[in-house]
Structures are given as C-alpha cells and as structure tokens.
Design a protein around this ligand. Structure first.
Ligand code: SF4
Ligand code: SF4
Length: 403
C-alpha cells in the first residue's frame, strides 16, 4: 500500500470514529431503548410467531461476542469436519445479529447432541443448547417437514412400535405389583437394546428387597423434546407422567439419564420425584465381590453435566474395591460420546468417531473396563470400541453382588 493510501485510510477511519462518538453523544439512547429496538427488529417473524418468552430469549443471545470458545469445546464440530457443521459460535452469532438467518441456521441445529459443554464454557453465560432447541421448536411448529428426516423416521417408529428404537420391546410384567414404594421406568432404551441390563437391575432390586413396580409401556417424551416437539402441554409426557402416578409409588427411578432429565425439567412431571437408579442403589446396604481391575467411569452428559449426579456411580464402583481412574474431562466437564441425542441427529460416522475418541481416552488411562451410567453411552462404546469392555454401573453391580 502506498504511503498516500495509508494516510487516506487512517484519516477515513478516524473520521468515522469521531462521527460515531458524536452520534452517541447527541442521540444517547434512553434506558431500555436499545432493547426495545432490538425486540422490534425481531417482530417480523419469518418462520412462526415468536412468543414474548422467545423474544426475551433471543435478546439474551445478543450478548454473544463471537469469541469462538463454544466451537473449541463442541465435540461435534471437529469430527463433523468444519464446514459441514456450522459450529455453535456461528449459530449463536448469526442468530444474535440477524433474524432472517433464523431459518438458515435450521439445518445446522440438528447436529447438536445437546451435551451442554458450550453453555458451561461460554464467557457470556449464553445457553447455546437452549438457543438451538428454540430453533428446533420454531421449525417444528412452522412445518413438520422442517424436522430432520432422522427424527421423522424415529417418530414413525415410535408410533408403530411404541418405542423410539423399534421392536421387539421386552415385557417386564413379571415384576409388576400393586402398593409399590418405587416405580422403575424402563424408557425406550430399557425395553429394547438395553433390555438385558434392565432385567439384571430389576433382579438386583428384587434380591435387595426393594418394593418396586415397573412402567414399561410409555415414552417419557425425551425424544420429542430433542426433536423440538415437546411443548408444556405435551400429550406424550403427560401420558407417561400419568402412568407413573397411577402406580401410586412415591418415587420413580430410571437407568436412562435422558429420561431422568426430561422428568426433572418438564412440567408434566412436576408432582413426581425422579432419581437415577444408581442413586437408589447407593442408598442401600449390600456387599460386592472384590474387583482387582482398574475401572474408568464416563459421566453421561445429561447425568453428570446437566443433573450433577456424579458421586453415586463412583461410590458404587468403590464398593467393589476397583481402582477408579478418572478420564480427561469428567463430572460436569465430561466429553460427549455422541449417543443420546446424537443417536437421532448425527451422521452415524460422526457419532462413531466421537464414541471412539472417548473410548480412546479410557484406553489411554490403562483401565481394564469402561463403566458408565447410560445404556446409550454403553451401546455407543460397544460399537465403536469392541475390544474395550464397556458396562453400565448397574449391570456391573448386579454381576458383582454378593448375597
Ligand atoms: S456463544 Fe458464547 S462462547 Fe460461543 S461465540 Fe458467543 S460468546 Fe463466545
Ligand atoms: S450442546 Fe454440545 S453438541 Fe450442542 S453445540 Fe453445544 S457443545 Fe456442540
């Protein structure tokens, strides 16, 4: 650049800087004026009507400074190959500045597993997964055709077979009874691909003398939540909550972190006390056969990060005397394995790469077994790293129970 052009460029910059300062001085916005203008800008709803709550939420996202921290911690961004996934920073930044991009972000938001890692690290405290769910909800309300295909296929499966994972669904009638204190909610996973784990857990609860019954014919609504279809008056969640209340049990326990999160956050479950089955098991007195192996424990995102249930699984593993090794990224800073929401949304190759990376973390610690508290995480590890023994903590406990 010639010297003259440089001088001109600097002078131009200086001119605009002082014009900006002058404008701010003479037209200083009144308190609340900027917010009002921002909300007005968002009033031309391009997809579907925004509620007052939606507008407030969108105003929150205006805080994004596009620092890129969320993209750095997002477990999907790297394996999905940059460019094929608009990372959370680009979603947050575009939606915080330009309403017309609301629709443009739609496809990208289906790559998110809702793991919550970005929200934890965002220096502006922005709930990026919440923003992503807002876009999914608005898309679903506008037109069911806008919901990603993989979700729509699962919805058909759910309608046809009664579970998001299809047939055959196991039958746990033999465990059902009247007058129970606890109700075990199997969820879709617990009566399909994780039916064996469920049976082991129910047998353990039986020998431990827990007075329980089972609900094995309802979907909690977690799948609908992920698809953006779970509204406060959701019939699916209300039906499941009613099935639980009809048993008359004081508490519901489940082995599924996804289901537990739905029960702890959706208004349909407001009268229900829900816990992970490991929390119940950890409150009971029993002995386990000693284990000399080293175990690594993977915190499922919905259980460890979102619900803060981190100690019960570790304390149960410690009862067997196994040497517990911590993974890089544990407790609320766990690393998503690509299952749970990822199972419905991600390209299977991306989900497998995420599970393989997490399994590699465990292998690098020298652990003999990898334990987790979610049937979907366990399944993901078994598929991505078949040489590593992966178990849920409840089946590990059931296997080592000593009468
Ligand atoms: S959402 Fe938060 S972490 Fe992500 S770019 Fe914006 S300010 Fe940074
Ligand atoms: S919730 Fe997880 S997967 Fe979704 S954008 Fe944030 S870090 Fe990425």
């Amino acid at each position: 650049m010639s010297k003259l052009r440089k001088i001109k460029a600097i002078a131009n910059l200086g001119k605009h800087f002082w014009i900006h300062v002058f404008r701010r001085l003479v037209s200083k916005p009144k308190p609340g004026e900027e917010k009002r203008k921002f909300l007005e800008y968002y009033s031309g709803d391009k997809i579907t009507a925004l509620t007052a709550g939606d507008r407030e939420a969108l105003f929150e996202y205006q805080k994004c400074i596009n620092c890129g921290t969320c993209a750095r911690v997002c477990p999907v961004y790297a394996p999905a190959a940059h460019g094929h996934y608009r990372a959370p920073d680009s979603i947050a930044a575009s939606l915080s500045r330009s309403f017309p991009e609301f629709g443009a972000a739609r496809d990208a938001v289906y790559n998110c597993t809702q793991c919550g890692a970005c929200a934890l690290e965002c220096p502006r405290g922005i709930d990026v997964p919440g923003l992503i769910m807002l876009v999914r909800r608005k898309s679903a309300q506008a037109d069911a055709e806008l919901i990603r295909n993989t979700f729509r296929e699962r919805l058909q499966t759910l309608e046809k077979h009664g579970t998001a994972h299809g047939a055959p669904a196991a039958d746990f009638s033999a465990y059902k009874k009247q007058g129970a204190e606890f109700v075990f909610f199997t969820g879709c996973a617990g009566r399909t691909f994780a039916a064996d784990e469920t049976r082991k857990t129910l047998d353990l609860l039986t020998v431990l003398g827990v007075n329980f019954t089972v609900v094995d014919d309802a979907c909690c609504g977690g799948f609908h939540r992920s698809a953006g279809l779970l509204e406060p008056d959701s019939a699916v969640a209300r039906a499941a909550a009613q099935r639980i209340l009809d048993t008359g049990a004081a508490q519901v326990v489940t082995a599924c972190p996804h289901g537990l999160y739905t029960m702890r956050t959706h208004p349909a479950y407001r009268d229900i006390r829900a816990r992970h089955v490991l929390e119940l098991l950890n409150s009971l007195d029993f002995k386990l056969a000693a284990d000399a192996r080293t175990a690594a424990y993977h915190d499922p995102c919905f259980l460890g990060r979102r619900l803060g249930v981190c100690d019960a699984p570790r304390e149960l593993i410690a009862r067997a005397g196994a040497s517990l090794t911590e993974l890089p990224g544990n407790r609320e800073r766990t690393v998503c394995c690509g299952s749970q929401d990822g199972e419905f949304t991600l390209d299977p190759a991306v989900a497998r790469a995420m599970a393989a990376e997490r399994a590699a973390h465990a292998a690098a610690t020298g652990a003999d077994i990898l334990l987790t508290a979610c049937p979907a995480c366990r399944k993901a590890f078994a598929q991505a790293a078949p040489n590593l023994t992966a178990l849920t903590v409840s089946e590990y406990i059931a296997d080592r129970y000593k009468a």
